[in-house]
Design a protein around this ligand. Structure first.
Ligand SMILES: Nc1ncnc2c1ncn2[C@@H]1O[C@H](COP(=O)(O)OP(=O)(O)OP(=O)(O)O)[C@@H](O)[C@H]1O
Length: 242
């Protein structure tokens, strides 16, 4: 039987004060999964996603296709399991500068060579995606600081999707700044993309404070509370109350 895409085994994380933020987190992400993470503000959801993205240190084990990050190599792992923050805080320049910078990294250069593509192809893909989400093409050239929260959020997500390297995207409240119509466009696109044979994407781990959104897109539900998390059903009162 093949290994799951991602497997978290007894993962725990402490913050600088030494306090344990969460402990003994065990989650399996299989091909086709959209795992919804819910829980109160400050319970540690974003930090968990950063642990999975290998951006924050943790104890325990996180395996990608049965292998540790040490076996895979962290730069390659981060192209396969990619954290997408809520907003592009403090990024210099414009979204197109950001795309160029990411594509200049070694692991992405290798992928571009393997797929016989380059900046032009990825940029075209990115603008097509953001266009579908109602973002006009000229905004790619505008400084991040001069974009609305919702524009910046969609452009950042379009960058992550257009790279087409990740098998798992870790989405930190990806539609928190969007109106409901734009949010639906993004939701429908992401669900379709996970199921598409044309894309590298195989699963999502998605933080949301909206129980309705969770029910619309998710097939697995994880609820964060009291320093640990439990698999839950979307209809239970604990999730509906968040
Ligand atoms: N680098 C850090 N240093 C110290 N404390 C931190 C750090 N990062 C996060 N925290 C604290 O850890 C706790 C969990 O933060 P986190 O952002 O993971 O919560 P969250 O569940 O995603 O919250 P929200 O729903 O409000 O986004 C918070 O109390 C936060 O202040």
């Amino acid at each position: 039987m093949p290994s799951p895409l991602l497997e978290l085994l007894s993962v725990s994380c402490s913050i600088k004060t030494g306090d344990v933020l969460f402990d003994d987190v065990n989650i399996k992400v299989e091909d086709g999964d959209i795992v919804i993470i819910q829980g109160k503000s400050g319970s540690g959801k974003s930090t968990l996603l950063k642990c999975i993205g290998h951006l924050v240190t943790y104890d325990g084990h996180i395996l990608y296709r049965g292998k540790t990050t040490q076996q895979i190599g962290i730069p390659l792992y981060r192209t396969k399991v990619l954290y997408v923050p809520q907003r592009p805080s403090l990024l210099p320049g414009s979204p197109v500068d950001f795309l160029r910078t990411i594509l200049s990294l070694g692991a992405h250069q290798v992928h571009l060579k393997e797929t016989n593509s380059g900046f032009k192809e990825v940029h075209k893909r990115a603008t097509e995606i953001s266009h579908q989400w109602g973002v006009s093409d000229d905004l790619w050239e505008r400084d991040w600081t001069q974009l609305s929260g919702g524009e910046a959020q969609r452009l950042l997500l379009a960058v992550a999707v257009s790279l087409d390297t990740a098998e798992v995207l870790l989405l930190d409240e990806p539609t928190s700044a969007l109106d409901s119509e734009s949010s639906t466009l993004v939701e429908e696109f992401m669900v379709e993309h996970v199921n598409s044979e044309q894309s590298s994407l195989r699963a999502l781990v998605w933080i949301t404070h909206s129980a309705e959104q969770g029910r619309r897109v998710g097939n697995k539900f994880v609820y964060f509370s009291g320093g640990t998390c439990t698999e839950d059903s979307p209809t239970t009162s604990s999730i509906s109350a968040v």
